[in-house]
Ligand binder design. Structure first.
Ligand SMILES: Nc1ncnc2c1ncn2[C@@H]1O[C@H](COP(=O)(O)OP(=O)(O)O)[C@@H](O)[C@H]1O
Ligand SMILES: [Mg+2]
Length: 305
């Protein structure tokens, strides 16, 4: 941890994290809230991993919201480099400065010019440096870090362990405060040991039925307890199938909203099969789910007789 002004803690307890997240409609559990609490206390970044659509990105956004912090987001992609992640010299402006001094009849020596053009005024700040230099509270989100090449991860290491950035022409810039940092990964490749070592690790899986029902109740206006319950139940049974792509929480929400629009109160096999394309995006998955859904419905019907 760097020296400097002591950070005030953002949360009083794990329950405090949970309650405040709930107030902004993010339904966490003990594991999620616990790690956020620890990250704040220990001044460590959180590496959040898990399937798509389980609330990894949303967690960072929601934590920014409840701590009144500005969210600074670095969206990772293949080919992301230092000049887009960290900083870049504004070479157009530098050129103009050089030309201007020539036009002036040039009493300034090259050394002076060089010092000039490698100063703050000529620096283009990208998200990582912006987060380090921020004076207001920030949450740094390094989203989908598994998309960058493993070599590019090295860019992040100095920031994640020391909260500082070295710029050869300017020196080392150290954070004035330790920001909360979230890295997310969809696990498309293994991250380096060096990166993992610097982070607290949080795996967010699909929520259990109770939590998913709560998410639906929170996020879908006017939905009944009974419909939310059926939705959570059916989605869970679909996730147990061997699928190419399981439905994510966002798809559960889309499905619940669709059922509301259709005025459905009871999800029978017919409704479920005719709307399965909202939950699932592969024809083979839809076929599997439909088979399961009609079996399930007939079992329920038989039991009712
Ligand atoms: N625990 C949760 N509480 C509330 N909403 C959630 C939760 N998890 C997921 N969601 C919903 O699912 C959507 C997708 O989440 P997102 O953070 O984009 O997924 P990921 O980044 O994991 O792919 C969010 O916008 C949010 O509406
Ligand atoms: Mg995301």
């Amino acid at each position: 941890m760097p020296d400097g002004p002591a950070n005030e803690f953002r949360f009083d307890s794990v329950d405090d994290v949970r309650d405040r997240l709930r107030k902004v409609d993010y339904l966490s559990d003990e594991g999620i809230a616990g790690i956020v609490y620890l990250a704040d206390r220990l001044g460590k970044p959180i590496l959040v991993e898990g399937p798509a659509g389980t609330g990894k990105t949303q967690l960072a956004k929601s934590v920014a919201e409840i701590t009144n912090a500005r969210l600074i987001r670095l969206q990772c992609y293949e080919g992301l480099d230092e000049s887009k992640a960290l900083y870049e010299w504004n070479y157009k402006k530098q050129l103009l400065r050089i030309q201007a001094s020539k036009a002036d009849g040039d009493s300034t020596g090259w050394d002076q010019i060089e010092e000039d053009i490698f100063s703050d005024d000529f620096l283009l700040t990208r998200p990582l440096l912006e987060a380090i230099r921020a004076e207001d509270p920030v949450v740094l989100l390094i989203d989908e870090v598994d998309r960058v090449e493993v070599e590019t991860e090295a860019l992040l290491l100095e920031i994640l362990s020391d909260y500082q950035v070295s710029i050869p022409e300017l020196g080392t810039i150290t954070a004035r405060q330790i920001p909360l940092v979230f890295l997310t990964s969809n696990n498309t490749r293994e991250l380096s040991e060096a990166l993992k070592r610097r982070c607290l690790f949080l795996h967010i899986d699909y929520p259990d039925m109770e939590r998913e029902k709560e998410i639906v109740l929170t996020k879908v206006p006017d939905i009944s307890e009974s419909l939310a319950d059926q939705v959570a139940r059916i989605v869970r049974s679909i996730r147990q199938l061997e699928l190419k792509k399981s439905p994510s929480v966002s798809e559960t929400l889309d499905w619940a909203r669709t059922l509301m629009l259709l005025g459905v109160e009871k999800v029978d096999a017919e409704v479920a099969t005719s709307t399965a394309n909202i939950l699932l995006k592969y024809q083979t998955d839809i076929a599997k789910a439909n088979k399961e859904l009609s079996n399930e419905a007939s079992t329920v019907n038989r039991a009712a007789k």
